[in-house]
Design a protein around this ligand. Sequence first.
Ligand SMILES: [Mn+2]
Length: 353
Amino acid sequence: VDGLRFSFCELGADALLVSHLPNILYLCGFTGSSGVLLVEQHRNILFTDSRYRFQAREEVRGAHVQIVRGGLMRAVGNEVRSHRGHVRVGFSPDQLTVAQKAVLQASGGSKLCLIQAVNLVEKLRAVKDAAELDVMREAASVTSRVFRKVLRSIRPGATELGIAARIELLSKGLGATGPSFETIVASGERSAWAHARPTSKPLRKNELVVLDQGAILRAYRSDMTRTVFVGRASRKVRALFRAVLEAQEAAEGIIRPGVKAGEVDAAARQILRRHRLARYFTHSTGHGLGLEVHEIPRLGSGEETLLEEGMVVTVEPGVYLEGLGGIRIEDEVVVTSKGAVVLTTAPREFIEL
Ligand SMILES: [Mn+2]
């Protein structure tokens, strides 16, 4: 939190309004679904409501808890108004609704001065410490083990929804509290939808199946994708798979501290371009991961963010061909001084079932 104070002081703020729940969890340990944290120079105040009285007492570290009635933002405004002079409060425009801002300004009155402070907590969160990495390694391990187990259920007749449910059930059996995101099981032509929702469509022989899954373990999320084939694949499908795997390995291979996030994306794209597949690779190469499934840095074209030791990112090139299907291979890696260390250890070779 000292680093955070430094960064908002640099922006000319006296305090930081933290309204995004994952940031609140990161800063003070509170897991409730309603709360606002005000980080001031010499103290932190978590505003929440009476439903969380006992939970906050149990969870919150390093912040004074204030149970409020009649709205969190009004309470923050009242707190600001109780100060002697003006208070410049940093806030993130994409994490405060227009309505919340209006209430805050009405209750804070003329003493409140809002200034933009974007991504301050997110920048801290991007670099994981040893304890966070331990949890993330465990979350990734859950996902890898679930993949191995669920392979047995992948056969003609099984539905996408049935397999997705099985993935989530197996994850919970291994200690996960839920899926990191809506589990993707997409088969046949539907596998070309990069973010398909599972349906009651049964798997058929000679179809690709994309499985994109993640588990939440002690609040941290994992994210891994594998693409398998039901039956025996054609040479074309095998060649596509090899190209995607080659792109993934190239991207992973250049990851180290000091490399620009955009360079990792370029490395994957260059391989697919060489295979004349670049136009089928329609999303960015990866993203940071932690308390949320999409965090900074984004591994996308032209991204200037420098990778740092301790960042956890996904590397997930894919190709999506209308009528044929999609192939995506995604792993989660931690950036170390020696390069990328893979956390998701499920087999990456082409699996035919
Ligand atoms: Mn992902």
